[in-house]
Design a protein around this ligand. Structure first.
Ligand code: 3PG
Length: 214
């Protein structure tokens, strides 16, 4: 159910953002991150072949209850529906789209629209967002997140954008329920060289930073 997926997503602590990963590499990338403890993975819809990759990963990890596969950079209801049909268990957006939230609510999938202000956060939440993605988080800063959590403490917030092992802890301490991260996990050169252990180490470092701050 949505409630269980939501709890699992929050407990996992980190949403990996797979943007621009090649179809040929995606299963090894996923495996390396999962081995490092990052078990919630989002393939962004702007990646060529994204819907197929979501389908492949969802099938590959069908028996792994601890792994959640989702879609990111979802900007419209059509993309949300396609991703859900392919097997996505959650949907993330950089921005707030009522029709995306409605579509995900309709089919019982966790949805995290992007917001940057208190007004956007509460509007997204009232519309049915399970959590909101604070984006771009490192530009806004951890204290900004903490200030939003003051009056709007009921809204689960996942800061994303520029988050890595060095700053993830500050955001958790400021009230984030989990963090999203792409660049600090995905190393294109390492992937090209087949050095997937680099991704596993990146994942371990980020999970450790989140755990330490909890
Ligand atoms: C993105 O837009 O790709 C995500 O917000 C991740 O950002 P990051 O690569 O800075 O972590």
């Amino acid at each position: 159910t949505t409630h269980e997926d939501m709890q699992q997503l929050v407990d996992s602590g980190v949403i990996a953002v797979l943007r621009g990963v090649d179809e040929a590499d995606v299963e090894q990338v996923a495996e390396a991150l999962i081995e490092g403890g990052v078990t919630t993975l989002e393939v962004t819809a702007d990646t060529p072949g994204a819907i197929d990759m979501i389908g492949d990963l969802a099938a590959a990890y069908e028996d792994r209850e601890d792994v959640l596969i989702g879609a990111g950079t979802v900007l419209d209801a059509e993309t949300a529906r396609s991703a859900l049909l392919a097997g996505a268990e959650f949907v993330v957006c950089p921005s707030f789209h009522e029709d995306v939230v409605e579509t995900c609510n309709r089919y019982g999938a966790v949805v995290a629209p992007g917001v940057a202000t208190p007004t956007e956060a509460i509007e997204a939440y009232e519309t049915g967002a399970d959590l909101v993605k604070l984006f771009p988080a490192s530009d806004l800063g951890a204290s900004y997140l903490g200030s939003i959590k003051g009056p709007l403490g009921q809204i689960p917030i996942v800061p994303t954008g520029g988050i890595g092992p060095d700053n993830a802890g500050e955001f958790i301490e400021a009230g984030a329920c989990a963090v999203g991260a792409g660049g600090s996990l995905i190393d294109d050169e390492a992937i090209e060289a087949g050095e997937y252990d680099v991704l596993t180490e990146n994942a371990e470092a980020l999970v450790a930073a989140v755990e330490d701050a909890r």
